[in-house]
Design a protein around this ligand. Structure first.
Ligand code: CAA
Length: 385
């Protein structure tokens, strides 16, 4: 049984034991240094690729592992419990870069672009947000002008995870601004294309080992065969991709929260006050009980969303609920983890300080908590009996 999931089959158990062992032995010991130095963990990303974790849900035919979304969610939790920066790099490659090409790409696009990303030989990114369009991407301004043989992209993108290192970027641009979101198209862009540049890297509170870049497109030529899906369908491609991405980020939040809970239990067992370990104090027991309960509630919502995806059911609302619950649980749990540690938890000597900083982003990217509530409420009203 994996963390209270009675249905877990043997193949998932084996996978998760393997990923957990790898994360504990190879990633966790480096996580503090990655955070402190703000270093992109190149060697870890390579290992994730070798283990088949960079294209988990991509069919084997296209270089992936052909696994289901529940396995992906479980693996994401394990990697993120060791290092949240590695977690988001993995999540963006799997959910936001491989998935849309796997779902909407032609066979030729899958062969050329998806295969190397799913194998972990190339890294992907997803460029939707812009300086003036974060929560409201329908009005995005990146221009895609039709030219002979393809399109020319002009404008900029913001908050792009893997922005600095990505080889391939799924980019959203508008060919017909008068049509609003119905003019948005998705493109597969080679980041070596002339005119493409990373104009700024953000100096962040947490997940410092992953890069967050501003991209600049100076008349970047994109050949016609790099249009992903149909013209004008890019907005739907973006939002359906984010549905899956939210399961990945929910799982990242679970990993961060679990790391903080485990650290709190260890600390409470060792730290002595009032004549014994503080775990004997009811105040601490109540913290631990509430942390564990919130974590498990969020985990079940996350696995439920992943299961809906695997069963081919709608999962827009489920993914939004999972991300909302898991990210807010992570913020709450990491805050309490510092409280359990007292002053020690406020220092960089203890992992909970990093967990607290890393947790915050999960309430922001791939849709803020407020956006998740908008998505959930819209779905609730759409199914009014
Ligand atoms: N899947 C597919 N299509 C969808 C959809 C979904 N989940 N949700 C809506 N649509 C479709 C609708 O059916 C509609 O199409 P039709 O007109 O043909 O019916 C169209 O999209 C427009 O729908 P809405 O009017 O509901 O769209 P909206 O503009 O009001 O936006 C929103 C709704 C949910 C708020 C959306 O804007 C949203 O999710 N915003 C947040 C964006 C976000 O998460 N950004 C993060 C970017 S990635 C990132 O964080 C960086 C990184 O690198 C990790």
């Amino acid at each position: 049984m994996i963390y209270g999931w009675p249905e877990t089959d043997d193949s998932k158990k084996m996978l998760i034991e393997q990923v957990r062992e790898f994360a504990r032995a190879e990633i966790a010991p480096k996580a503090a240094e990655i955070d402190r130095e703000g270093r992109f963990p190149t060697e870890i990303v390579k290992q994730l690729g070798d283990m088949g974790l960079m294209g988990m849900m991509v069919p084997e035919q296209w270089g992936g592992s052909g696994m289901d979304a529940v396995s992906y969610a479980m693996a994401m939790e394990e990697i993120s419990a060791a290092c949240a920066s590695s977690g988001v790099i993995m999540s963006v490659n799997n959910s936001l870069s491989c998935w849309p090409i796997s779902e909407y790409g032609t066979d030729a696009q899958k062969d050329k672009w998806l295969k190397p990303m799913a194998k972990g030989e190339k890294l992907g990114s997803f460029a939707l947000s812009e300086p003036g369009h974060g929560s409201d991407p329908a009005g995005l301004k990146l221009q895609a002008q039709k030219v002979d043989g393809g399109y020319k992209l002009k404008g900029s993108k913001n908050w792009i995870t893997n922005g600095k290192e990505a080889d391939i970027c799924v980019v959203f641009a508008n060919t017909n601004p008068q049509a609003g979101y119905k003019g948005i198209c998705a493109f597969i862009v080679d980041t070596k294309s002339p005119g493409f540049s990373v104009s700024k890297l953000e100096d962040k509170l947490g997940i410092t080992g992953s890069s967050t870049g501003q991209l600049f497109f100076d008349d970047v030529f994109v050949p016609a065969d790099c249009l992903l899906g149909q013209e004008g369908k890019g907005f739907k491609i973006a939002l359906s991709t984010l549905d899956g991405g939210r399961i990945g980020i929910a799982s990242q939040a679970l990993g961060i929260a679990r790391c903080a809970l485990d650290a709190s239990k260890r600390f409470a067992s060792e730290r002595e006050q009032h004549g014994g370990p503080i775990k004997n104090l009811q105040a601490i027991q109540f913290f631990i009980a509430d942390m564990a309960t919130r974590l498990q509630s969020a985990r079940l919502l996350t696995w439920h969303a992943a299961k809906c995806k695997d069963l081919g059911l709608s999962y827009t609302k489920e993914a939004a609920m999972a991300k909302l619950a898991a990210s807010e649980a992570a913020m709450w749990i990491t805050t309490k983890a510092i409280q359990v540690h007292g002053g020690y938890g406020y220092t960089k000597e203890y992992v909970v300080e990093r967990n607290f900083r890393d947790a915050k982003i999960t309430e922001l990217y791939e849709g803020t908590s407020e956006i998740q509530r908008i998505v959930i409420a819209a779905q609730e009203f759409a199914h009014l009996n």
